[in-house]
Write a protein that binds this ligand. Structure first.
Ligand code: CDP
Length: 231
């Protein structure tokens, strides 16, 4: 059977990565969390004093882009690849609300996007990949055989992310998470370069009222149909 490319885009905290990992595992495909790459660049910017509440030194970030080395390393126990920044595993650090609060500003910078999209295209050049993000079906893999666009109400998404962060032991409030989710939605859909938009040929799935299992079953069905169509 021919390998295909599966692009999953959508708003923040729609459960893209959960279902993308499940599908990749089922098919034996590579899963790539493109958001983790933007988060890793954000972590670099925070650690190097390039971005804070009231300052963002874009020029310095662009100048230092060559010094930012990103890679994914497969973790056998977890069953998916973890994000490494300059040789260090940053998988946990990149998921904090602090990183979330700056990441959309970092993702607006075209030079950052160029670098990350280049890496993403390379990883997916042989197909057999499930990638999730904001511009996967529109910019990274416009020829993907299957494109999914995930949505859910902001409240549902914030609730899910809040539970996730609370379970990790982060001291956060639901209100702060909801604010972050809506702020990022706004920046991601309004930026000039590669805004979050549903690709014309993407299939939209609103998972506000779907369980994880229902969502997985529905998307797996689409995958099977696409694979059959590609035979
Ligand atoms: O996990 P969540 O859905 O909240 O976000 P993420 O996928 O980790 O992405 C974090 C941020 O990176 C997004 O809010 C976007 O600003 C940016 N991003 C992007 O611009 N393009 C992508 N392909 C993936 C993420």
């Amino acid at each position: 059977m021919n390998n295909i490319t599966i692009a999953i885009d959508g708003y923040s905290s729609t459960g893209k990565s959960t279902v993308a990992k499940q599908i990749a595992k089922h098919l034996g495909y590579v899963y790539v969390d493109s958001g983790a790459m933007y988060r890793a660049v954000t972590l670099y910017a925070i650690k190097n004093g390039l971005i804070s509440e009231d300052d963002f030194n874009k020029e310095a970030l662009v100048y230092q882009l060559d010094q930012i080395e990103l890679s994914f390393q497969f973790n056998d126990q977890l069953g998916f690849a973890e994000m490494y920044l300059n040789g260090l595993n940053v998988e946990k650090e990149i998921r904090t609300l602090k990183v979330s609060s700056f990441v959309s500003k970092i993702a607006e910078v075209s030079k950052v996007r160029q670098k990350l999209v280049g890496i993403q295209k390379k990883i997916g050049q042989d197909k057999g990949v499930v990638m999730d993000g904001r511009d996967i079906g529109t910019v990274v893999f416009p020829d993907a055989e299957l494109k999914i666009f995930m949505t859910a109400s902001a409240e549902k998404r914030a609730e899910r992310r809040y539970q996730e962060l609370k379970e990790r032991g982060d001291a956060i409030t639901y209100e702060a998470v909801l604010q972050n989710v809506t702020e990022r939605d706004y920046i991601d859909t309004h930026r000039e370069d590669s805004p979050l938009v549903k690709a014309e040929d993407a299939i939209e799935i609103d998972n506000s009222d779907l369980t994880l299992n229902e969502q997985y079953t529905k998307i797996l069905e689409l995958v099977k149909m696409t694979l059959e169509g590609c035979e």
